[in-house]
Design a protein around this ligand. Structure first.
Ligand code: ACO
Length: 325
């Protein structure tokens, strides 16, 4: 028994925030942002939207592409670091919006690697025979936890959601292997300190903007490139595949320079790498499912193709998932 992705869907909010808009907010320039990150614009959710609303739209888009109905779903997993509220889980809000009563629902927090951690969990449930149909979503409103006065982070992030509907199959296709890693000793490189039990919300935490993302970008960058190269090599070696056998690499969209440097070190032509960071910026757990959905819609993923997904983010966490489509 294998788990395969039966359908994908995605949703990004209507409002576009361009680099030129950011020039009016902080001391930055369109040129700096494009050259250092590859980002041209990002989407920003409307005031009334929360993570489960974006997740719901992405799920609806996915259900349109398959015969599987919401009522067939036995488990909902949402990967997010910007959920509707600390609890209950955004997955529970989504379950309610989908009108489901029986599906189990929980969130996972593995920052930008969240969707791939989710794929690994879903794969385990399906392979063990526990569930046959699972809805997995990455949904983020990073705009809500961004310090809009900090030019070193506010130019990077955006909002969006991507969905995958997984089902059990006996065919020779689906998720082949999943690889999850973490190193908590480097948690300070990328974190949001306020609002948890270490620093509960108070006037002081709000004043110090502790409810916003803090990142040591340059250090994170160097570790990301090194780590991702190693992870892709390990994943392929374990499956006795050559790099040339990969049809498409779908990386987490954190920075175009990270994506290019990783591809160069691996000797993967950039045409075989999915890139859409220019339109959405870094949407953390949503970035890979949005990119995957776009790749599917653009016809870049065909039956029998080997597709490799890889991500790196807060935790630190990193992960890869190899799929035979
Ligand atoms: N506009 C203009 N100048 C800026 C800006 C800006 N928006 N931001 C920083 N600068 C300046 C800095 O102040 C610095 O100036 P100085 O030399 O006078 O001190 C200079 O630009 C260089 O700053 P660096 O931080 O060294 O720039 P770098 O080339 O590393 O780019 C960036 C910064 C884009 C953040 C990059 O380091 C990066 O993408 N890092 C990795 C991010 C990542 O992968 N995160 C993990 C996933 S995200 C997640 O899990 C949510």
């Amino acid at each position: 028994m294998r788990a395969r992705i039966a359908a994908t869907g995605s949703y990004v909010p209507e409002r576009v925030l361009t680099n030129f808009d950011l020039e009016k907010m902080v001391d930055t320039s369109d040129e700096w942002i494009r050259e250092r990150t590859g980002i041209r614009e990002r989407r920003i959710a409307a005031e009334k939207e929360a993570a489960s609303d974006l997740a719901y739209e992405a799920a609806k888009a996915a259900f349109k592409k398959t015969d599987i109905k919401p009522k067939d779903i036995e488990l909902i997993i949402v990967a997010t670091v910007s959920g509707d509220m600390p609890f209950p889980a955004t997955a529970c809000h989504l379950q309610h919006k989908l009108g489901l009563k029986k599906a189990a629902a929980f969130d996972i927090n593995a920052a930008c690697s969240g969707f791939l951690y989710g794929l690994s969990i879903a794969n385990g449930f399906i392979r063990s025979g526990t569930y046959k149909r699972i809805l997995l979503i990455g949904s983020e409103l990073l705009s809500r936890i961004t310090d809009w006065e900090d030019r070193s982070t506010c130019v990077l992030f955006g909002d969006g959601a991507g969905a995958a509907i997984l089902e059990a199959t006996n065919e020779d296709r689906g998720i082949i292997s999943t690889h999850l890693r973490a190193d908590g000793s480097m948690w300070e490189l990328l974190h949001m300190p306020g609002g948890g039990s270490r620093h509960p919300a108070s006037k002081d935490t709000v004043k110090k903007k502790m409810h916003c993302i803090k990142m040591k970008g340059n250090e994170t960058f160097k570790i990301a490139v090194r780590t991702l190269e190693g992870l892709v090599r390990e994943t392929l070696a374990e499956n006795k595949l050559k790099i040339s056998q990969l049809s498409l690499l779908i990386p987490h969209q954190a920075n175009l320079r990270i994506i290019q440097a990783t591809a160069e070190r691996l000797d993967i032509p950039i045409e075989k790498v999915m890139v859409n960071i220019d339109k959405y910026g870094n949407t953390s757990a949503a970035s890979i499912p949005i990119a995957l959905d776009e790749a599917v819609r653009q016809g870049r993923v065909r039956d029998g193709d080997y597709v490799l997904l890889e991500a790196f983010g807060g935790g630190l966490t990193w992960a890869s998932v190899l799929i035979k489509w």
